[in-house]
Design a protein around this ligand. Structure first.
Ligand code: S3P
Length: 738
């Protein structure tokens, strides 16, 4: 369906961008027919002589011949040309463009509606240079560069898929944004810098000795003014088309200049140095994060540590970030569904964003996330494209294991990698059962990543999981969607069932037999797009549940928390310990139970944690151990060896930290015993584990002096605004670079 290789492409505007598209498409498929129109006859002739373009002519005539029309012209010209193109083009043909502004098309005097432009999928390649004209065109301009699609409500999934495929053929990474967000972001990152470059040249030009100034201007001027060599018509168009967004960011910039002016007038050396220092640091961070390969030293120098002052309060009403497990699954299932899925409440943490990036790499158009909202243009069960590079799953075991199941059944090969912690985690637990379904997977030494997956035809199996792992279960269910026959997974104890619930939401039948502990799918059916509202993550809420439970005087409400029965171990265990947790406003949101939870202080007592609760609270133990340290008497957990193979060895990491804070702890191969008592202050290490870092932050509420927590950067994997929310409710935590 989205094979664009043989489509006739009309390039309207054969300048640097249009010419590069023509060259790139011709290189990708020398047989392809490319036709072009432009007001510059010489460029057209050159392209014909180069063998790139096979036919040139008038817009009306060529529009009728094309399958895909690429408008490589300035933003206002896009609006001017559209009426004529719409009149002459074939009804099945599609249009895309390259303009650096997107909203203006719908607000222009031509008054196009989204319906009028159903066949127009707007695009903006973030590539180019200050050069212009066909002579500057190169075939690899878009390779590994970002192209932002801004599809609108009038576009079908098929149209979006075809335009996506066209840009992918040029080697681009295809991202998605709403047109509103696109225009805001571009105003700040591209339009403003261009304006400043034009302005500085203009200022110097108007100085009396402008000749001298230009003659002696050294590197700084040349660097700064490079963008002022850009095409004048194009850029005047861009500012007119994006005037509202540019005006907003320009006001901020003018304000900043006035502040600098005042500091210079008043010779405020310290203030200038501070502002310059902050800007220098911000730029270096941004360069190291986004442009250079991450080197070990840079990662370490970018490490955050937390400093927690003793005491503080826990009061108010908050909504924590979206559920990580559900966020991952929403992307995976929506990507392979037919149709357009909208997701709200999505967790914009690094783990889930790596999953978004992986599916984009496999050809799925994903718009957002913007304030937790995403639109996913599903490509259908067999529509994923072979990834062009290893898929990086960051810190996320869930993403790697779930994708292993899905990718095993594709018709292409793939490779999954991750960060230092993930590269140490056990993958045989998924590789082995997948192999018995017919999968062809190579793991690294001792069953660890990278996973090299050779797509295969799979056959359903019945698999009795040796451990209650939702990741393993979900991996096999995803493989089972493609397998011949029935795939049945038996779990030794109930573990989270989001995959089963969400599959049903996508119209895929899953047979769940709770008594038997079985989940079953039959391969071969399709998924239909749906709407998903991701509840707040109970695993993130857990830090605040414990915070309020251990702090005298606290009264905290957590809104819209996912309270799926397979996830509420933390509530059960805390209540067993004596915590006062009230649940209200219980409702079902998109197949997942949700409630508001109110927690008030009540003294806790130590307990023996029932083994049945372990899979239901598997991620919440670090903070539950903090609760145990604040409880009267001993708390004992056994049968929890799984905690040794999470993002860190959580039994050892917590035991070491609690020990350092003066708490009496004993560990076992499969558990821990904690004796409640005083928490002193001190220095602890999170070992790069987000949940250990947040657990020790909570411990600060009952500590006698401050707690310094090292290696906290990974909090961003699951709970990017943790420090802000913790501060909002009255905890005394600050993050700093270490
Ligand atoms: C998860 C399952 C759990 C949990 C992880 C998320 C999931 O792992 O620890 O954070 O989304 O399926 P296991 O099921 O392997 O214990």
């Amino acid at each position: 369906m989205n094979d664009t290789k043989n489509k006739v492409v009309l390039i309207v505007g054969l300048g640097m961008i249009g010419g590069s598209i023509a060259r790139g498409l011709k290189k990708a498929n020398p047989q392809r027919r490319i036709i072009a129109c432009d007001t510059d006859i010489e460029s057209l002739q050159q392209a014909v002589d180069d063998g790139i373009v096979s036919q040139v002519g008038e817009l009306a005539e060529l529009s009728a011949l094309a399958d895909i029309i690429v408008l490589a012209v300035p933003p206002l010209t896009v609006c001017e040309l559209l009426p004529e193109i719409l009149k002459f083009m074939a009804p099945t043909a599609l249009i895309t463009d390259v303009a650096s502004v997107k909203s203006h098309i719908f607000t222009s005097s031509q008054q196009f509606s989204e319906e009028d432009l159903a066949n127009f999928v707007p695009a903006h390649p973030i590539a180019g240079s200050e050069q212009s004209g066909y002579a500057a065109a190169v075939s690899d301009l878009f390779e590994q560069r970002n192209v932002i699609l801004t599809p609108h409500a009038g576009n079908s999934t098929d149209s979006v898929a075809i335009i996506h495929a066209l840009w992918r053929e040029l080697g681009a990474n295809v991202l998605g944004m709403t047109r509103f967000r696109h225009d805001e972001v571009l105003a700040a990152t591209s339009h403003l810098p261009h304006l400043l470059a034009y302005a500085i040249v203009d200022v110097l030009l108007k100085q009396e000795q402008s000749e001298d100034i230009f003659r002696y201007a050294a590197g700084g001027f040349a660097d700064f003014s490079r963008l002022a060599s850009s095409d004048a018509k194009m850029w005047s168009d861009i500012f007119v088309a994006n005037s509202a967004a540019v005006e907003k960011v320009l006001d901020d910039y003018i304000q900043s200049l006035l502040e600098f002016k005042k500091a210079i007038q008043n010779k405020q050396h310290g203030k200038l140095e501070e502002s310059f220092g902050a800007a220098k640091q911000a730029r270096e961070n941004f360069i190291s994060q986004h442009f250079k390969p991450k080197k070990q030293e840079e990662m370490i120098s970018n490490q955050l540590s937390f400093s927690v002052q003793p005491g503080g309060q826990v009061a108010g009403s908050i909504r924590v970030a979206g559920d990580k497990s559900i966020s991952h699954r929403s992307i995976i299932l929506a990507s392979i569904a037919n149709g357009i899925t909208r997701v709200t409440g999505f967790l914009e943490g690094e783990d889930a964003l790596n999953t978004v990036a992986a599916f984009r790499e496999m050809g799925v158009t994903i718009v957002g996330p913007e304030n937790g909202a995403l639109t996913i243009y599903g490509v259908g069960k067999n529509g994923l494209q072979p990834p062009r590079k290893p898929l990086y799953m960051g810190n996320s075991g869930t993403a790697m294991r779930l994708l292993a199941g899905l990718l095993s059944a594709q018709s292409f090969d793939s490779e999954l990698t991750g960060d230092e912690s993930l590269m140490e985690r056990p993958m045989s637990r998924v590789a082995e059962p997948l192999r018995s379904m017919g999968a062809n997977i190579d793991t690294g030494d001792s069953g660890t990543p990278p996973l090299k997956i050779h797509g295969s035809k799979l056959t359903g199996i019945t698999y009795e999981m040796p451990i209650a792992s939702a990741q393993v279960k979900s991996c096999l269910l995803l493989a089972g969607l493609y397998a011949e026959g029935e795939t049945k997974i038996l779990e030794p104890a109930p573990c989270r069932d989001h995959t089963e619930r969400m599959l049903q939401g996508f119209g895929y039948e899953v047979a769940v037999n709770e008594e038997e502990g079985a989940s079953k799918v039959v391969g071969g059916a399709d998924l239909q797009a749906t709407e998903i509202d991701v509840p707040a993550d109970i695993s993130s809420a857990a830090f605040f549940l414990v915070a309020a439970a251990i702090t005298p005087g606290s009264d905290l409400t957590l809104q819209h928390v996912g309270v799926n029965p397979t996830r509420i171990g933390v509530i059960n265990i805390l209540r067993d310990m004596g915590a006062n947790i009230e649940s209200s406003n219980e409702r079902l949101v998109g197949g997942e139970p949700v409630a508001d939870l109110r927690v008030r202080y009540h003294p806790l007592k130590g307990i023996v944690i029932s083994e049945a609760q372990i899979p239901l609270a598997i991620d919440e133990f670090p903070v539950l151990f903090v609760a145990a340290a604040c409880a009267e008497g001993e708390t004992l957990l056994r049968g929890a060896q799984e905690l040794r193979v999470k993002e860190s060895d959580r039994l050892d990491a917590m035991a070491q930290g609690l020990n350092a804070l003066g708490v009496t702890v004993e560990t076992y191969q499969d558990g821990i015993k904690i004796t409640g008592g005083k928490i002193s202050g001190g220095a602890v290490d999170s070992f790069g584990d987000h949940r250990i870092a947040m657990a020790f932050t909570v411990a600060g509420l009952r500590a006698e002096s401050s707690i310094d927590i090292a290696n906290c950067t990974n909090v961003a994997t699951s709970f990017p605004n943790f420090v802000e929310l913790a501060t909002e409710v009255g905890m005394r935590v600050t993050a700093q670079k270490s």
